[in-house]
Design a protein around this ligand. Structure first.
Ligand code: 9MR
Length: 625
């Protein structure tokens, strides 16, 4: 109605000299939050904001243009935060409409937070999606994964199988990869933990919505249960569960080829340890038995990690699915140790964490391959659990990283903390992860500049970008319509599954051969994007991009709704775990003829000598009874 009125008004208006263009968040702004738009060709002009009745409610003079390298152009960053009454508004330059309708409300981010979490339900493997919860996206069950084979290189008995059901599909493909699953699960667990008051009440309309557990935790458990199935009998964790090659563009139920556990890796194993430890803490309140299972699985995997510290993932020659190859496992190792220490208070784990001087210059934004910051977040937000020096260092790391992003906002006409180095495969996930770092800085300092910078990144993802694109499917005036996502391609429904964050602009444009369109914009990395299903390098969706988006939108909304940030003096659940000595090699190497196992409720190594005598050793190498 309002839009129609405006269109009529602009149609009869005399043509203005300047056709200013405005880029803005197309979904909504929090009533009392920061509100900005990037306006091109408008420096010095009055930007007039009108309400639905056409009444002028605010005028802001557009500041000077400031260049933003990723866009290859400048813009005036117009701040209209003063507009703080819920409603729908429109910006004008003279008589000309600029930008899209501006929606202001107390719950502006709630629907996108919910949709981006609901995405995980749509990605559920081994489950039929019914109309009750999936609406028009209902689909048959795919990939039961009840009899998964082992890839030949794992040297298991031929044709033997294991139960590897549940979990979330990784992305546009139907694979399940531990490393990527781990960071996504962790990110959602943090979202819950840091905003539990808000999420305890949030209904996601999923099959478990009527039980006594918060829906977000129900959703996460679907994946944790799969991750647990990926632990081998010796404690190590398989790297991935996929077919040997990617499937065609079919629905899950049509992809019936054999699925395999492929590789057993140190990165998957450390990652599993950390995530299971975090899960043990959070689920203890709702299901102590499940929580204990997670803690014990973490401990067993940790022992494997000590025994096989160099088992990198190597993609077998006959496999073509995603690799998630990572050459350094040091970051995952200290993350695992830090999380196990928190849930056990066992000083051996703390000593392991301190073996690596992480707290110096390791300010690398978290990603599937880099988890240093995750250790910093844990240590900084659990100050009662760690040594004061480590807590100080973790605080320093979080603040240093966040301040780097704040500095990127200077003389930046788009007001977005991204620079030209940020446009890699999954750049939108990176932007959301930057938001996660900034929210941690806000939790630790309460300085609003960090909160506002995180809002700026959310605004970017929802339309304040040089393509005027909302990268979240199902939301926005100009939204992504053709993501690289097999179900959305194969289901015959025009609209893609909603709530999915597209990977985003990618200046390395690795898929131009398949796409036959050169979408690389040398001068404007933020424009190197193609809304076509062929573009897996710029338009795929993935759980590790949606998770930080859910974290970003969900945390910003929860903080606004409750008026509270996470209380860092909170306590963790505690579990009785093996005592591990400081020595890094207590268990290594586990030689042929020796076996890692759980015995008498603790992790032990079974050694058989040449005479056939059997002895058991504990995790410190001492003889066990
Ligand atoms: O997110 C991954 C990105 O960092 C890598 O550059 C890229 C190429 O190796 O792979 C991305 O992950 C894909 C995974 O390998 C398979 N499932 C889809 C993932 C998203 O594109």
């Amino acid at each position: 109605m309002f839009i129609k009125k405006i269109l009529i008004a602009s149609a009869i208006a005399t043509t203005s000299l300047f056709a200013a263009t405005a880029y803005q968040n197309q979904i909504g702004f929090l009533t009392n939050g920061q509100k900005q738009m990037a306006v091109i060709d408008a420096a010095g002009q009055d930007i007039v904001f009108k309400d639905e009745s056409g009444k002028e409610v605010l005028t802001v003079k557009a500041p000077d243009t400031a260049f933003w390298a990723p866009a290859g152009e400048g813009a005036s960053l117009v701040d209209f935060s003063e507009l703080n009454v819920p409603g729908t508004y429109q910006a004008f330059v003279g008589d000309e409409v600029i930008g899209h309708p501006i929606v202001i409300g107390d719950n502006a981010f709630e629907e996108i937070a919910k949709a981006s979490i609901k995405f995980f339900y749509f990605q559920r493997c081994s489950m039929e999606l019914t109309e009750e919860f999936a609406g028009k996206y209902a689909r048959a069950m795919g990939h039961p994964d009840t009899a998964v084979r082992y890839h030949e290189e794992l040297n298991k008995e031929a044709f033997s199988t294991f139960y590897g059901a549940k979990g979330w599909y990784d992305a546009g493909d139907y694979g399940k990869y531990i490393v990527n699953s781990g960071i996504s699960t962790y990110t959602l667990l943090q979202l819950y933990k840091q905003n539990s008051e808000y999420f305890n009440k949030l209904n996601l309309n999923i099959p478990e919505s009527n039980n006594d557990v918060p829906d977000l935790l129900d959703e996460i458990r679907w994946n944790l249960e799969w991750m647990l199935t990926m632990q081998d009998v010796d404690g190590g964790v398989f790297h991935k569960l996929t077919t040997k090659q990617f499937s065609g563009e079919v629905m899950p139920a049509q992809d019936v080829r054999v699925r395999f556990a492929i590789g057993k890796s140190i990165t998957a194993t450390w990652n599993f340890v950390a995530v299971m430890a975090v899960a043990a803490d959070i689920y203890y309140k709702y299901d102590p038995e499940f929580a204990t299972k997670c803690a014990k699985a973490a401990e067993f995997a940790y022992a494997w990690g000590l025994a096989y510290p160099n088992e990198k993932f190597v993609q077998p020659k006959d496999v073509g699915t995603g690799t998630y190859t990572d050459n350094s496992a040091t970051d995952e190792r200290i993350w695992a140790a830090a999380e196990l220490y928190r849930i056990s208070r066992n000083p051996g784990f703390k000593a392991k964490m301190q073996e690596v001087p992480m707290f110096h210059s390791r300010t690398f934004l978290q990603s599937w391959s880099s988890t240093y910051m995750l250790t910093a977040y844990t240590v900084a937000t659990n100050p009662d659990y760690y040594d004061a020096a480590d807590v100080d260092s973790a605080n320093y790391l979080v603040k240093t990283l966040a301040d780097k992003y704040i500095a990127q906002l200077e003389h930046n006409g788009y007001g977005v903390a991204l620079d030209e180095t940020d446009f890699y495969w999954g750049s939108n996930g990176g932007a959301a992860n930057k938001g996660m770092a900034l929210i941690h800085a806000y939790i630790l300092t309460k300085d609003e500049k960090y909160y506002n910078a995180a809002v700026g990144l959310l605004d970017y993802l929802l339309g304040r970008n040089p393509l005027d694109k909302s990268y979240l499917t199902g939301f926005g005036v100009n939204k992504v319509m053709h993501p690289h996502h097999r179900p959305s391609t194969a289901d015959g429904i025009e609209d893609p599954v909603p709530g999915m964050l597209a990977g985003g602009p990618n200046k390395t444009a690795n898929d131009t051969r398949e796409c036959k369109v050169d979408y690389l914009d040398e001068k404007a990395p933020a424009k190197s994007y193609l809304d076509d299903k062929c573009s897996y390098a710029s338009n795929e969706v993935a759980i590790n991009w949606n998770a930080p988006f859910a974290y970003l939108s969900g945390s910003l909304q929860a903080i606004a709704s409750t008026g509270k940030t996470y209380d860092v003096s909170g306590k963790s659940a505690e579990f009785e775990l093996s005592k591990i000595a400081k020595s890094h090699n207590a268990l290594a190497p586990v030689r042929p003829g020796q076996k890692l196992m759980v015995r008498d409720n603790s992790v032990q190594v079974k050694k058989t000598d040449i005479k056939g005598n059997i002895k058991f050793f504990d995790m410190n190498g001492k003889t066990a009874k």
